[in-house]
Design a protein around this ligand. Structure first.
Ligand code: FES
Ligand code: FE2
Length: 392
């Protein structure tokens, strides 16, 4: 985000604070609670948005050097993500080609070779089969044909992308669009180092987890003792980028900007951008760290999901191990607020949705990100859009 745009957003936040207004969707929308409970819809979403859709699986910093690897089991396909000896990001199905055992069971690490725990077939970081004990029992095998199954993989804007199908089409720039690509490129995400992460299994639909990132109306109530100490609630900037969008939250320290020339303003000092990337990602870059949330539906229960939370440190921020630990703990603490405050509300919303007692919920004029998120996935599935009901 260039500095002129940063200044413009900060002026908007100040003006909204002064006038007591917020971004305005121009009306309300009613979302059927079946969006969170319908089993056939959940199966379609899983197929269309997860099993056959490109996925953001992490940041370049997850794979800092040749031989670095990460495994993931959030999709139907078990993933082995590696930085090859040449430095290229590659993605494989994490399954041995002998009889299909999951090859690598560690969550992350660094290896030159991956050895199957069943009969010790081994593969290098380019996925090639390089060891086959007692190979005479297999006769003439075409080893070139027995490398790990490779998946389309790309590194774009410092983000790691994978298509979970070997024949899938992966084009991150087309997915994001030119404007959002340019915006994200400005953050230099490729320079960030992995700091840590957590996984939260929550009894709510994955879309309820996404919903909680779509407004700050709840800050002075739900987060009165936590995030509200640092952020004004119910005031934000909001912009759409095709299927994606970005909120900018308002830090209380923005009051300082009134005393300083705009040339000294910085969006990460006075605000907090929150990007939603279709369909299941929140990217939250601050001055020191980046917070990444990926929400995954449960395989067969629409009322459950897992949020994978990862955090990354900007270069030059921490001077020693103690400071690195400080930022890791602070990031974990932010995750804990989401888990113990936001996701408690999400599970509560799921409970009432499951009962069927409410036909719909209401998205306010000050919650345009929720209007956009739900209508975007509805449009992607060919469903009727939620209608805007203008209010006075
Ligand atoms: S299943 Fe992997 S070596 Fe046999
Ligand atoms: Fe929240």
């Amino acid at each position: 985000m260039d500095h002129a745009e940063q200044i413009s957003h900060i002026k908007t936040l100040l003006a909204r604070l002064d006038s007591g207004t917020n971004v305005d969707a121009g009306g309300v929308r009613y979302n059927p609670t079946t969006a969170y409970t319908d089993r056939s819809l959940a199966a379609i979403e899983r197929r269309e948005f997860f099993d056959t859709h490109p996925q953001l699986v992490g940041l370049s910093g997850d794979l800092p050097e040749p031989g670095s690897f990460v495994t993931q089991n959030d999709l139907g396909t078990p993933l082995l993500l590696v930085r090859s000896p040449s430095g290229r990001f590659r993605a494989f199905v994490n399954a041995c080609r002998h009889r299909g055992v999951v090859l690598e069971s560690q969550a992350r690490g660094r290896k030159r070779r991956f050895a199957c725990p069943f009969h010790n077939w081994t593969y290098d970081a380019d996925g090639a089969l390089c060891g086959l004990p007692k190979s005479e029992h297999f006769g003439e095998l075409d080893r070139d044909d027995l490398g790990l199954v490779e998946l389309p993989a790309a590194e774009h804007c410092g983000l790691l992308w994978v298509h979970p199908r070997p024949d899938g089409v992966l084009d991150p720039e087309a997915l994001l669009g030119a404007e959002l690509t340019a915006d994200l490129a400005g953050w230099d995400f490729g320079a960030l180092a992995w700091l840590g992460g957590d996984a939260y299994s929550v009894e709510c639909n994955w879309k309820l987890a996404m919903d909680t990132f779509g407004e700050t109306y709840h800050f002075p109530v739900l987060h009165v003792d936590t995030l509200s100490n640092d952020f004004y609630g119910n005031v934000q900037c909001y912009d759409e980028f095709g299927r994606h969008h970005r909120l900018i939250l308002c830090r209380r320290v923005i009051e300082e900007a009134r005393q300083r020339p705009p040339s000294e303003w910085n969006i990460t000092r006075y605000g907090l951008p929150v990007y939603w990337l279709f369909p299941n990602v929140q990217l939250i870059p601050s001055r020191e760290v980046l917070f990444l949330v990926r929400a995954y539906p449960h395989p067969d229960d629409p009322g459950r999901h897992t949020s994978q939370i990862s955090f990354y440190l900007r270069p030059g921020i921490a001077r020693d191990e103690a400071e690195i630990d400080f930022f890791a703990e602070a990031s974990r603490g932010f995750g804990t607020v989401i888990r113990d405050e936001d996701y408690v509300m999400s599970a509560s919303q799921q409970l009432s949705a499951n009962s069927g007692a409410l036909e719909h919920v209401v998205f306010g004029r000050n919650e345009p990100a929720l209007h956009h998120f739900h209508n975007t996935y509805r449009a992607a599935l060919g469903q009727e859009l939620l209608e805007l009901h203008p209010t006075a």
